[in-house]
Design a protein around this ligand. Sequence first.
Ligand code: DGJ
Length: 739
Amino acid sequence: MPISVQQHQFHLQTDHTSYLFHVMENGELGQLYYGQRIHDQANYPDLTAREEHGAIPAWRLDRPDFQPETLKQEFAGLGKGDYRDPAFQVTSPDGSRISEFRYQDYQITDGKQRLNGLPSAFATGDDVQTLTVTLRDVVAELTLALQYTVFPHQDVIVRSARFTNAGEQTLLLDRAMSSQLDLPDANYELLQFSGSWARERHLVRSPLHSGSQSIGSLRGASSHQQNPAMILARPTTDENHGAAFGFNLIYSGNFLDQVEVDAFDTARILIGINPEEFGWQLTPGETFQTPEAVLSYTTTGLNQLSQQMGDFYQHHLVNPHFAQTPRPVLINNWEGTYFNFDEAKLTAIASDAKDLGIEMFVLDDGWFGHRDDDTTSLGDWDVYAQKLPNGIAHLADKIHGMALKFGLWFEPEMISIDSDLYRAHPEWTVKTPHREMTPGRNQFVIDMANPEVIDYLYDKISRLIADAHLDYIKWDMNRNITEAYSPTLPADQQLEFAHRYMLGVYQLYGRLTTAYPDVLFESCASGGGRFDLGMMAYAPQAWTSDDTDAVERLKIQFGTSYGYPQTMMGAHVSAVPNDQTGRITPIETRAAVAYFGDLGYELDVTQCSAAEKAAIKEQVAFYKAHRELFQQGKFYRLDSPFTGDGNVGSWQVVSADGKHAIAARYQVLNHPNPAYNRLYLRGLQPDQRYQIAGNDHVYYGDELMNAGVFIPHLQDSTEGIEESFDFSARLLVIDAVEK
Ligand code: DGJ
């Protein structure tokens, strides 16, 4: 079984990893080991051995080697001699801030309960086990339950903490992280995924150093700027070799991922809700449950780490109704029309799209209130009669009549000053009393911590789902929170706002997805501003970035792939010159990048030339023929656009049986007399014979992986130059043959 307990020592085992901790002599929990699987033993004297350090106060004089500052702890507090950043902090009514959680008991259960009110992992199958270790503070009537669920086959452990006030006085929870991990050395590099709007999740890899390195958000959303996914890899670890830890948080709001390297070169990793702008009043009897952190480990490189974590999300986080379901090829009118459309325009786009093989039409922003630009109407989720006099249901009927699915855009969490909703309920807007409100994209945030708001939105959205038989909803969120404050909360609970806001968002998502299980949700926050596991639990795909330029997308999708499988990434072909960069790339390259995600088109197809339409038709047919491979195949990063001058990038998808693969190699600029080039494929069966489409030669898998495929330099004939070779993409379609 994945969890064994011996003499107050807990050993969580996955197929390839071990996670060990124990009850220390003071009753608190000590971390022992996390890494490659080791044999289960009654005790590990070597792992519990400690060094006595001069000048560091011991916990008690008769225990000279028990020096909290040097101990590897499982979930540490502050104030009893461990001066590293703590996993939690509680303030008692007298203002004191010391807690000492002592071991009480443990419980092992098969499977896993979902968390109440929070997105969380779930178990399917018999192999999953959950360990709950309960601790109790020696003074306050406060219990702490640390929960660990072991998913053996994906080498994943999910952790969270639950605080319960069993006493009669209200306590304040100032910090409640989801996971702490104390590693015995700091010889790691930190891989983070950072950027900005339209430039999300660029890989940044840097060595750990003494002190704290952290990534996080205080924007009320996980953010474009940083992502909760984080990796610690040995300096020699690359895509295909070496040890690495993967971390993520199933949460969409303010978060903190921190690594603190101390004086002894040990590393403490903390993951959870950002303690800044957080506080929670624990009234008698009340429980606070943290979000879940996801931990994983491998010794075989970053591709493996991404694949096993991605596999875990697909099987244990994403709505099973959609996890393995083919995602439709869609057309979205946003970049094609922006706010300027009417029913005739939309149906013309839909009709042409249908002819090209596209499967779903998505009506984006501008269909409600009196919205002609981004200054009005958010909150008024009723049709804009001037643009669509026959209503949304009528348009939906027409689209459905073309045998297309129909999807609709919402931005539920926002409100415009110029809206009937604001006029009726100005108190529903997030604002701080007596302070000016800071606009963002001319709009304001609605108070998702207010239950009345959730009911209003549920009513509006569900009515449209039912009336128009929506197949899909794009849930946008185009600004971050300022002047965070809710009039529904008393003054001494205002620090709860950011988390309560997220709980409101999750409640609305939960109600809608439960009532309408067949509606596919795509989450969006100005593109990739909330590309996180909290969202993925409800919306199985996300609009990866507002940047649809193929060259920019190469880095964005490559970086995103470290933390998330490609089936979570919405990827569209848009018109050129590109609206974000002005770049003109061939339509083949735009498609060759977008294939490696959930393909869509985002242009006015009625304006496309016959040649462009023919190209799109061919692309859609090609994608559909290989859809399972593109959306669900194992994703391998081959050549990183984050190395060297970033001119080349390549990746590959492989079927579960290793018999089908598609690799793509992208080159930004074409240089004369460039370096000699080979593409080394991955994930094939070494003894299997393969052919590459368009090439008669039969290769063994070992040749394709070890000797690689020659990639000739793009050059024109001597006849004169007919086209640019910049922004090129080459696709290799590889299939097993029985010759
Ligand atoms: C931002 C999204 O990312 C876009 O795709 C589009 O939906 C706009 N918002 C609409 O305002």
